[in-house]
Write a protein that binds this ligand. Structure first.
Ligand code: C5P
Length: 225
C-alpha cells in the first residue's frame, strides 16, 4: 500500500464503542502510529487535579493545559503517558479523572491547545487518530474517516466484561448511567461535539466482534487504495 507522511485515518465514537482497540489494531496492521486523543484529555485533567487547579476556573484550566509537560510513547506493554516525569498511564483511567474530564473538554482554550498538539503529532508520520472530533475538527482532510458506534446496552456490557476481567467491583446500573452521562456530555457540548464527520463511514458494532469490525474497516481502506 502507498502511504504518505500526512496520511491520517480517523476513528471517532462514543465511550465503549471499541474504537480505541480497533484504532490500535488498524495502526498495527498498516504500520501507522496510533494517536489516543482521549489519553491527552485525560492527562490534562490529571495534571490540573494534581496541581490543585480550581476545576471551575476555565482560565486556570487553559493555563495548566497550555503548560502541560506531556509525553506519550507507544511501548510494547501499551501506551506510556507521562506528565512532568510522572508515569500516569494508569492514573488517567481512574473514575476520578474520567468524571472530571467534562470540566475541561468544553473549554475553547483547552481544545485549541489539544488540537495544536494533535495536528503536530499527526503530521510527523502516518497516523490512526482516535477520539471524538478527529474527523470533524482536528483532521478534516483525513484520508479515511470512521465513526464507530454501538448501543448503550452493548457498550455497558463490554465495559462490565472488562471490569470483571480486571476483578474490579462495580454496580451495573451506575455503570450504564455513567456511560450515558458521558455520551450526553460528548454529544451536546457546544464546541467539537461528538458526531460523524462528513464523509465518515459509520460502523455500528453492536452485533459485531472486534475481528469483524477490524475486517470491515480494513476492507473499506483497501478498497479505496
Ligand atoms: O476516549 P476516552 O474515553 O479516553 O476519552 C475520554 C474523554 O476525553 C471523553 O469522554 C471526552 O470527554 C474527552 N475527549 C474529547 N475529545 C477527544 C477525545 C476525548 O473531548 N478527541
Amino acid at each position: 500500500m502507498t502511504t504518505a507522511k500526512h496520511d491520517v485515518i480517523t476513528l471517532d465514537g462514543p465511550a465503549g464503542s471499541g474504537k480505541s482497540t480497533i484504532a490500535k489494531r488498524i495502526a498495527k496492521r498498516l504500520g501507522y502510529a496510533f494517536l489516543d486523543t482521549g489519553a491527552m484529555y485525560r492527562a490534562a485533567t490529571w495534571w490540573a487535579l494534581h496541581q490543585g487547579v480550581d476545576m471551575n476556573n476555565a482560565e486556570a484550566l487553559v493555563a495548566s493545559t497550555r503548560a502541560i509537560p506531556l509525553e506519550m510513547e507507544e511501548r510494547s506493554e501499551g501506551l506510556y503517558v507521562g506528565v512532568d516525569g510522572h508515569d500516569v498511564s494508569q492514573a488517567i483511567r481512574t473514575p476520578e479523572v474520567t468524571n472530571a474530564i467534562k470540566k475541561l473538554d468544553g473549554i475553547a482554550g483547552v481544545r485549541a491547545k489539544m488540537v495544536e498538539l494533535q495536528q503536530h503529532i499527526g503530521t510527523q508520520q502516518p497516523t490512526v487518530a482516535d477520539g471524538r472530533d478527529m474527523g470533524t475538527v482536528v483532521f478534516p482532510n483525513a484520508r479515511f474517516k470512521f465513526f464507530v458506534d454501538a448501543s448503550l446496552e452493548e457498550r455497558t456490557r463490554r465495559r462490565s466484561e472488562e471490569l470483571k476481567s480486571k476483578g474490579i467491583q462495580f454496580d451495573a446500573e451506575a455503570l450504564k448511567q455513567d456511560i450515558h452521562i458521558r455520551d450526553e456530555n460528548d454529544r451536546n457540548r457546544s464546541i467539537a461535539p461528538l458526531r460523524p464527520a462528513e464523509g465518515a463511514h459509520i460502523i455500528d458494532t453492536s452485533a459485531m466482534n472486534l475481528d469483524e469490525v477490524e475486517a470491515q474497516v480494513l476492507a473499506i481502506i483497501e478498497a479505496s487504495l
